[in-house]
Structure formats: structure tokens, C-alpha cells
Unconditional design. Structure first.
Lengths: 346, 269
């Protein structure tokens, strides 16, 4: 299958204004059709610049961009504008036309495309139904809540039947409840219309909730990427761990335990973090090891969550017993497809 | 009180105010132009009697001058708006980081506008006399006044438009670009439409400014109310003429301002 979006060696340097800013330092990225792809990074990492390079609102200083098989970096302005119609975009601050009603906003991209008025109206009303705002068609943006504004923006982005939807921090100005609703809407659009969605965010909770894959950006580069399950169960870079830590009870629990181990564990042993595919039961793993190697295993913390489509189970345990027995158990875990990480001696 | 009833009373008050204004104007005009006794003393209640003998005496001149002023304001506004909107749009779109970024064009236009705005109007009129003669065939009267008025107003109005369009949320432009709109479409559908309230505010200020300039143009042979006030009120010491001119200009400005504010409110959401 050919990727919906392909970036090759994208560099972007902002010159002028004193020092050169290397916003992107060589990005290669492939996003397959139907994916919800998360790009996460702290402020200033270059996320917005990257997403603006996809529809060429920003021309990369170097590198090539393909969307749906068409090389955009190759095209002239006219042809590029035509291609942009199949790339929808929504923004952090919604960017609705303030002097136009909800209806006119959604109709905006359909004008001057030779679509009869009747057909336009049908389409707009249908889109407003999808985002649940058909009864606000004559309201002006200033009369809407943030969540409603973003719904209008989504309807507007969908008006030209895009193959791709770019979302730049599109829930960052919304409260948690509204964020949930917007993310649910995006997920259902992805499922029902098969739209490929790129979600730019600095919040791991957003990525965790809807993305199937993610890339972590730092200082203009992608430092880690992959299937969301793989990245969550096996983060390699410190920055990735930090992001995961923000949405993970695990890290907080671990911190708590390490600050006063004696309160949590009655026996001395090795503090071990286990990650396993949620399909197997944590309890079964523990009791089997304990029987087979004759060691005590106490579970201090455990949870299972769904990432993408797969459940991921994790536990913090203390393995106590003879040294060789504990080592043997750790070795056996590997064979069971359980990832074990020794944190400390307690 | 509910919102709709509040709006109702507000509208009612507005209509009543307008009616009273029109009634006062009507009785004044009637008094000056259509009183068979040729009465020259205006009675306002029992205590106030105002002698407007000179106004009545020069009423035909007053009418002519008022029409001249309206002509000058009308023509100058119409021509200046065309040019002003054009240059305003050029300024805002060629600025750094905007859709038609072009530093040289912006810099040159910006400097020319600043230069023209810094020349006092009276001096501008004198400077332009040869050009006015060539272009309009005469340098006096309404015809001769319009050219310098336009030259003085276009830079002013261009700045007003520039300011109004600069206020537009850049996010809207970004969204329009992302949708694949051409620069021309962005100018017409985003800048000129979304910037309309601000542009109307600028236009209101500009028209009021033109009224003031026409009064000045009068003193250098342009005709109009300024001319009238100088010739009668000042040179022949007819104080009632001066006062009447001031009141008429005040009424003009008030009408323009009220209409402008009303339109601006109506269009901003
Ligand atoms: N138009 C621009 N001119 C100069 N520097 C810019 C411009 N846009 C972004 N940058 C710089 O590029 C870097 C990345 O910015 P951005 O892509 O907005 O990051 P993010 O969206 O991840 O917060 C920042 O250092 C920012 O200051
Ligand atoms: Mg950003």
C-alpha cells in the first residue's frame, strides 16, 4: 500500500531576524491511509512547522512531500492550491470566519467550485448534522463555545471531502470534557469516512486516546516513533518516558514506592516493572513464576489499558528469594513475551 | 428586562430621537426658506429670540454653498475610497509575512503615504494648482477643489484601511490558504469581507475629515460652506452666518458619524 503522506528529508530553516532557526532538521515520515498518527513534542519542537510543511503553507527549505501519491513540492501554486482541497486542517484557535454564520463558514470552501446552491446546502446541512450543530446554523462564531467552534471548523474542513485531516493542537484550548468529545468525533470520522488524521499535540493523553501510531519530536527531529503499543510498552528515549509519565499512574506509583520502600514491601528483593500484552493475565504469570522458581512475588501496583487496539498490562512487583532463583525467573519472563525491567533493590 | 424588549426600547428611542431631529431641521429650513412675512427673528419659546437676518438674506447663497460642500464630499469620498481601498490592500498584503509579501512595494508605498500626509492641506492645494489646471481644466470652484481633496484624502484613507485590515485575525488568512484559496480570493472573501466593520469605521473618520477639508478648500476658492462663512460671516462680520455654518457642519458630521457607527455595529459579530 502506498503511504497517504510521505515526507523525505524535510528541513526548514527560518532565516532573517538575526540568528537562523533550524525548526526542522531532516524529517522522514510515512503515514499510511486510515491511520490516526500522533506527533507529540514540547512547545518549540517544530510540530507546527512540520504540519504546515505537509500542505506547504510553509515551504520546506529542503526535502520532498507527497500526499496521496502526488509530490506537492514539485507543483506550481495553482496545482498546489487544488491539491490543498484534499487536505483539511483544523487549528488550536479554530480560525473561523468571524463575520459569517456557522452555515456560511461551512459553505465557505464550496464557493466558486461550480457546485449548484441546492447541492451545497444539502452538503452543509449534512456536515452540520455529523458534527451535531444543525440547530446552530445561523449563529455567529462569537455566540458559540470553544467545543462548538471546533465542531464548525471540523465541518468546514470536511466540506471539500479531504483524504487527510491535519489537526494542529486542535484540543489544546478546550476543557477536558470537550477535548474528549472532539477526540471521539475525530475517531468516528476516521472510522466512518476512512480519513487519515494527523494529530499534533503536546498532551500524551490525546495521543493515547485516539492515535494508532506516534512520533515524538524534539528540537526539529523525530527521536522516536512507532506503533503506539510498542512505544508505550517499550519507550527508548528519556523524552518519550517523560511524556508517557504524564498520563501514566505507573510512574507516579513507582516514585511513591521508591521514596519509602519499606512502607510498600514487607520483604527485601528486587523491584521489577513488568509489561505484557494484556491478553495474558498478570496474575497467572505471577503465580506460575512463583511456583516454578520458588520465589515470592508481591504485586504493588498494576493496571491494564487499551492502546490503539491492543490492551497493555503493567505491574510493579517485588521479587524476593534466592538470587539465582530470581535471576532465573527474570530470564523466563523474557521467553513469555513479558518485558521485565529491574528498577532497584529494596 | 429581556434582551428582545431591551432592543425594542432602544430602537424606539432611536427612532424618536431621529424624528425630533428631523422636526427641528424641518422647521428651521421652513423658517429660513419659506416664510412669507420675511420674518428674521427666530423665536425659541418666549425668552429666546435670535436674529438671523443675515442668514435669511443670504439664504440662496447658503443653499448653493451647502450643495457645493455635499458635492465635494460626495465626489472626493467616492474617488478616494476606490484608491484608498486599493492602496490599503496593497499595503497590508505586501507586508512581511503576508500573502503577497513584497518588501520594496510596501516600503515605497508606505513612505509616499507618510510624505503626503505630512504636507498641510493649504500648502498641498497651492502646490497642486498647475496639476489641477491640467487635469480638471480649472483650479477653482468645486471642480478645482476635488483633485487636491482626493490627493489629501487617499493617503489618509489608505492608512485607515491598512489599520482596519491589519486587525484581521491572521488565523482566518491561514485557514483560507489551507483551503486552497488564491490570493485574489483571500483579498475579496477574507480581507474585504471580514474587515468590513473596521473599514466602515475608517470610512466614517475619513468622510468627517473630508468635510473639514472642504471647509478649508472653500477659503482658497473652492466654494462651499467654508467659503460662505468666510465671505459673509468673517469679512462682513455677520456673526449669525458663522454660527449657522458651524451648526450645519455639526449636523452633517453627526449624521455621518451616526450612520457610520450604526453600520459598523450592524456588521460586526
Ligand atoms: N515564521 C517563523 N519565523 C521564525 N521562526 C519560526 C517561525 N515559525 C516557527 N519558528 C521557530 O521554529 C521553531 C519551531 O516552532 P513550531 O513549529 O511552532 O513549534 P511547536 O509547534 O512544536 O511549538 C521555534 O523555535 C519557533 O520559534
Ligand atoms: Mg505549535
Amino acid at each position: 500500500m502506498q503511504p497517504m503522506i510521505k515526507l523525505e528529508g524535510i528541513k526548514k530553516t527560518f532565516t532573517g531576524g538575526g540568528e537562523d532557526v533550524h525548526a526542522l532538521r531532516g524529517i522522514d515520515l510515512e503515514i499510511m491511509p486510515g491511520e490516526i498518527y500522533g506527533i507529540i513534542g514540547f512547545s518549540g519542537a517544530g510540530k507546527s512547522t512540520l504540519v504546515r510543511c505537509i500542505n506547504l503553507l510553509e515551504r520546506p527549505s529542503e526535502g520532498k512531500v507527497w500526499v496521496n501519491g502526488v509530490e506537492l513540492t514539485h507543483l506550481g501554486e495553482m496545482a498546489l492550491r487544488k491539491q490543498r482541497r484534499q487536505i483539511g486542517m483544523i487549528f488550536q484557535l479554530f480560525n473561523l470566519m468571524k463575520g459569517r454564520t456557522v452555515y456560511k463558514n461551512v459553505e465557505f470552501p464550496l464557493h466558486f467550485r461550480g457546485i449548484p446552491k441546492k447541492q451545497r446546502e444539502e452538503k452543509v446541512m449534512n456536515l452540520l448534522r455529523i458534527v451535531g450543530l444543525e440547530n446552530r446554523r445561523d449563529a455567529y462564531p462569537s455566540m458559540l463555545s470553544g467545543g462548538q467552534k471546533q465542531r464548525v471548523a471540523i465541518a468546514r474542513a470536511l466540506a471539500s471531502d479531504p483524504k487527510v485531516l491535519l489537526c494542529d493542537e486542535s484540543t489544546s484550548a478546550l476543557d477536558p470534557q470537550t477535548t474528549q468529545e472532539i477526540l471521539e468525533l475525530l475517531r468516528s470520522l476516521n472510522k466512518e469516512l476512512g480519513i487519515t488524521i494527523i494529530v499534533i499535540t503536546h498532551e500524551m493523553a490525546v495521543v493515547k486516546q485516539i492515535c494508532s501510531s506516534l512520533a515524538v519530536m524534539e528540537d526539529g527531529q523525530i527521536v522516536e516513533r512507532g506503533d503506539i503499543y510498542d512505544v508505550f510498552s517499550n519507550p527508548r528515549m528519556p523524552i518519550t518516558r517523560r511524556f508517557i509519565g504524564t498520563v501514566d499512574g505507573m510512574d507516579k506509583a513507582l516514585e511513591e514506592i521508591l521514596s519509602s520502600p519499606s512502607e510498600y514491601c514487607s520483604k527485601h528483593g528486587q523491584l521489577v516493572r513488568l509489561s505484557y500484552s494484556g491478553q495474558s493475565s498478570g496474575q497467572a504469570i505471577v503465580s506460575m513464576l512463583s511456583r516454578q522458581f520458588g520465589i515470592d512475588i508481591s504485586i504493588l501496583y498494576g493496571n491494564i489499558e487499551t492502546l490503539g487496539t491492543k490492551p497493555l498490562g503493567r505491574m510493579i512487583t517485588v521479587l524476593s528469594g534466592e538470587k539465582h532463583a530470581v535471576d532465573g525467573a527474570l530470564g523466563a519472563l523474557d521467553g513469555l513475551g513479558v518485558k521485565a525491567e529491574v528498577i532497584a533493590d529494596v | 428586562m429581556s434582551d428582545s424588549s431591551k432592543r425594542f426600547y432602544k430602537t424606539l428611542m432611536g427612532i424618536m430621537g431621529a424624528c425630533m431631529g428631523i422636526a427641528v431641521l424641518y422647521s428651521l429650513v421652513k423658517f429660513i426658506y419659506f416664510n412669507p412675512q420675511n420674518d428674521t427673528v427666530l423665536h425659541l419659546g418666549a425668552a429666546w429670540e435670535i436674529d438671523i437676518r443675515n442668514v435669511v438674506k443670504t439664504r440662496l447663497e447658503l443653499k448653493k454653498c451647502l450643495i457645493q460642500t455635499l458635492q465635494m464630499v460626495g465626489y472626493t469620498s467616492a474617488i478616494s475610497f476606490l484608491f484608498g481601498i486599493f492602496f490599503g490592500v496593497v499595503l497590508v498584503t505586501t507586508q512581511k509575512g503576508h500573502i503577497l509579501e513584497c518588501e520594496p512595494v510596501y516600503q515605497v508605498l508606505d513612505k509616499i503615504i507618510n510624505l503626503l500626509r505630512s504636507i498641510p492641506f493649504i500648502i498641498l492645494v497651492a502646490l497642486l494648482i498647475p496639476a489641477t489646471r491640467k487635469l480638471m481644466g480649472t483650479s477653482i470652484g468645486v471642480k478645482g477643489a476635488i483633485f487636491p481633496l482626493v490627493v489629501a484624502t487617499v493617503p489618509f484613507f489608505s492608512r485607515q484601511i491598512h489599520a482596519a485590515l491589519s486587525e484581521i485575525d491572521p488565523g482566518m488568512i491561514e485557514a483560507a490558504r489551507a483551503m486552497g484559496l488564491s490570493p485574489a480570493a483571500i483579498i475579496f472573501r477574507v480581507y474585504l469581507w471580514e474587515g468590513l466593520p473596521g473599514m466602515i469605521r475608517g470610512a466614517t473618520i475619513t468622510i468627517v475629515n473630508i468635510v473639514a477639508l472642504t471647509a478649508m478648500a472653500g477659503t482658497v476658492g473652492g466654494g462651499g460652506l467654508g467659503d460662505y462663512a468666510i465671505r459673509y460671516g468673517y469679512q462682513r462680520v455677520m456673526t449669525d452666518v458663522t454660527v449657522a455654518t458651524v451648526i450645519i457642519i455639526l449636523i452633517l458630521v453627526t449624521i455621518i458619524q451616526t450612520l457610520g457607527t450604526f453600520l459598523e455595529r450592524k456588521l460586526s459579530h
